[in-house]
Design a protein around this ligand. Structure first.
Ligand SMILES: Cc1cc2nc3c(=O)[nH]c(=O)nc-3n(C[C@H](O)[C@H](O)[C@H](O)COP(=O)(O)O)c2cc1C
Length: 233
């Protein structure tokens, strides 16, 4: 199977080309050990909103994006783009635009029910993480395919596909020792403008990436137990 290519193009209309897939089967004892370790490591993940300015190893971020881009996607359309923003001036512009929208949101656009849902998280209209974190990953969804000649083609299950890819990105970052936050300032149109993205892309989230600040705090959140989320039939 061809894993990656410099010049990927959609297989639209191509015939089915099966190739053998024979991964080595993992012994059950090893599966058990690995699954338990992974569960415990993932329980240590927390959304971080206070970042240290320290730089992060660039290759770790690149590898996490490569990991995210292995995600399954509707009709294998891989409808995602990750924009890695390190330029402090661009991060300042993103912060200014995000805080403009967040001010309007927190001053009434969200409504009392939404504000009440956010209260336990301690968030407000100040978004220092957008300039404190050394890197921002802005994730865009490709709402439809846009050929060089302007041809448009429908993409399927874009929200689901990009959501899964972002989940894999967050797992990869966490397991590689980096902290992140999924930030969704609403509306997010300004991100397309600031980053000059094409018309077929729509911002999905801004993800600051870095190390937690030395005085970082997180809300004391309780996660559902397995028996609250698992139904066995
Ligand atoms: C789709 C999505 C949007 C989110 N948007 C924001 C946001 O705009 N601002 C923020 O501070 N946190 C945001 N979060 C982070 C959540 O508040 C956080 O994941 C949740 O409180 C659980 O905390 P944990 O990630 O530490 O388990 C978002 C998370 C998701 C999945």
């Amino acid at each position: 199977m061809t894993e990656t290519t410099e010049h990927w193009a959609p297989d639209h209309g191509e015939p089915y080309r099966p190739v053998p897939y024979r991964p080595e089967r993992m012994p059950p004892e090893e599966s058990l050990t690995r699954a338990a370790e992974l569960r415990d490591r993932m329980r240590e993940r927390h959304t971080v909103r206070q970042f240290a300015p320290d730089p992060v190893p660039e290759q770790v971020v690149r590898d996490a994006i490569a990991c995210a881009s292995t995600a399954p996607s509707g009709a294998h359309q891989q409808p995602w783009t990750f924009v890695l923003v390190r330029d402090p001036e661009v991060r300042r512009r993103i912060r200014a635009a995000a805080e403009h929208e967040e001010r309007i949101s927190y001053d009434g656009r969200l409504g009392e029910e939404w504000l009440a849902a956010l209260r336990p998280l301690g968030t407000d209209r100040v978004k220092a993480h957008l300039t404190d974190a050394p890197a921002l990953l802005v994730v865009f969804q490709e709402r439809y395919w846009l050929g060089e000649d302007g041809t448009k083609r429908k993409h399927y299950y874009v929200d689901e596909s990009v959501g899964i890819a972002v989940g894999m990105l967050l797992s990869a970052l966490h397991l590689s020792g980096l902290a992140a936050l999924v930030h969704t300032p609403s509306p997010m149109r300004f991100l397309s403008q600031v980053l000059g993205r094409p018309e077929n892309e729509k911002a999905f989230a801004v993800i600051p990436v870095g190390y937690p600040a030395p005085d970082c705090q997180v809300p004391d959140l309780v996660r559902k137990s397995l028996d609250q989320v698992l139904v066995e039939v």
